[in-house]
Design a protein around this ligand. Structure first.
Ligand SMILES: Nc1ncnc2c1ncn2[C@@H]1O[C@H](COP(=O)(O)OP(=O)(O)OP(=O)(O)O)[C@@H](O)[C@H]1O
Length: 362
């Protein structure tokens, strides 16, 4: 791996009451990638961003920028800029003055400021908007001004704290594409904070999933979706069916009273486990042709698919995504392939999980 641009080494943070809001956080951020900190409200995402920006110091542990310890380096001496959730634009200034603000504070020559502001506006596709008042801009345009104001300083890292949460669904999706594209064009490191798993999956090179002050799992969106480490991640990322089971032997798991071939292994014989099956991997067939018998309870039309809820004989609920309609009240067979079954151990650390996967997968 290249030298990390930012490293956290056993970082802990607590406020006055001593209850840690971050517990022993360690990670490396590589230059030029799109990272997302993902987790529910209060899990510590913003606290991590504030420490990278220099607005807050760790209680214990160290933070490094390109290998140098920066715990005590003030915010204005770091090559980091932040785009805040509410944009924090100056409402009484026009677009140009908002973007030029930091450059003026640094007493750059007038012509240089003008060139840089124009370039930044071009980057966010707002050329020609210099003279507009901030209050005459739409939500999406304000968002872009906030980004232009941050990138005009040519930071090595851009921090984005829930920057899309104030936008409506359509604009939010458009901005996801734009931000992803902008990051690729600029080639600078983006660290994006969100509690929206779809947004994280769509935009990131790497995701850190947080819960209660700890990083529970890190990896590419596909890794995290396909191989969630535990119930929390499987439930938080995407839709999941999670049932209790027993790992009989390598590649053989039992749930709902039946044994099924699977592709997982490296557990103790007869170890209690949890089993995840994604709704899009399940199909309904005739009772005779199915691996489990289920009865359809309800179905909702979701546009791209039907969301079908059914129950097996043991009373477990199963969600299925299908382009075919089912009949509520009718019995069906439920089908899935061995590779669609993902088996999780209870309380497995990310380190042990990665080592097991590596030793087990070819
Ligand atoms: N200045 C502070 N003093 C005391 N506690 C704080 C302070 N700032 C944050 N906290 C606490 O730290 C925890 C983590 O907060 P943080 O803002 O990092 O979470 P978050 O994941 O960004 O949440 P959200 O998505 O709601 O913004 C919360 O329990 C919060 O109450």
């Amino acid at each position: 791996m290249k030298q990390a641009i930012i490293s956290f080494n056993n970082v802990m943070k607590s406020y006055d009451d001593d209850v840690p809001v971050l517990k022993n956080i360690s990670f490396d951020i590589e230059e030029g990638k799109f990272y997302t900190l993902l987790g529910p409200s209060g899990c510590g995402k913003t606290t991590i961003l504030r420490m990278i920006a220099g607005f807050s110091e760790p209680t214990k542990g160290d933070i490094y920028f390109e290998g140098k310890r920066i715990n005590k380096v003030p915010a204005n001496k770091r090559q980091v800029n932040t785009v805040f959730q509410d944009y924090a634009l100056f409402p009484h200034m026009n677009v140009f003055d908002n973007i030029a603000f930091g450059l003026k504070m640094r007493h750059l020559p007038k012509e240089q400021i003008e060139t840089k502001v124009k370039e930044a506006l071009k980057m966010v596709r707002l050329d020609g908007y210099e003279k507009r008042g901030i209050n005459e801009m739409s939500g999406g345009q304000k968002q872009r001004v906030a980004i232009a104001r941050a990138i005009v300083n040519e930071p090595k890292i851009l921090l984005l704290d829930e920057p899309l949460s104030a936008l409506d669904h359509k604009l939010r999706t458009d901005m996801q594409y734009e931000l992803r594209e902008l990051q690729r064009r600029l080639g600078i490191t983006f660290i994006f904070v969100t509690h929206d798993q779809e947004e994280a999956l769509a935009m990131s090179d790497e995701i850190f999933v947080l819960n209660n002050g700890s990083i529970v799992q890190s990896g590419t969106p596909v890794d995290i979706y396909d191989e969630p480490i535990n119930h929390y991640v499987a439930d938080f990322i995407g839709e999941s069916n999670i049932v209790d089971g027993t790992m009989i032997a390598d590649e053989l798991v039992e749930f709902v009273g039946h044994q099924f071939a699977c592709v997982d292994g490296g557990m103790r014989p007869n170890e209690p486990v949890e089993v995840v099956l994604r709704p899009e991997d399940l199909t309904l067939t005739s009772v005779e042709a199915g691996k489990l018998k289920v009865k359809v309870d309800t179905q909702l039309f979701r546009g791209v698919h039907y969301e079908i809820i059914c129950y097996d004989e043991a009373g477990n609920e199963w969600m299925i995504h299908s382009t075919h309609k089912a009949v509520p009240g009718q019995e069906y067979g439920l089908n899935f392939e061995p590779e669609d079954i993902h088996v999780m151990r209870f309380n497995e650390s990310e380190e042990d999980f990665d080592a097991r996967l590596e030793s087990y997968e070819d």
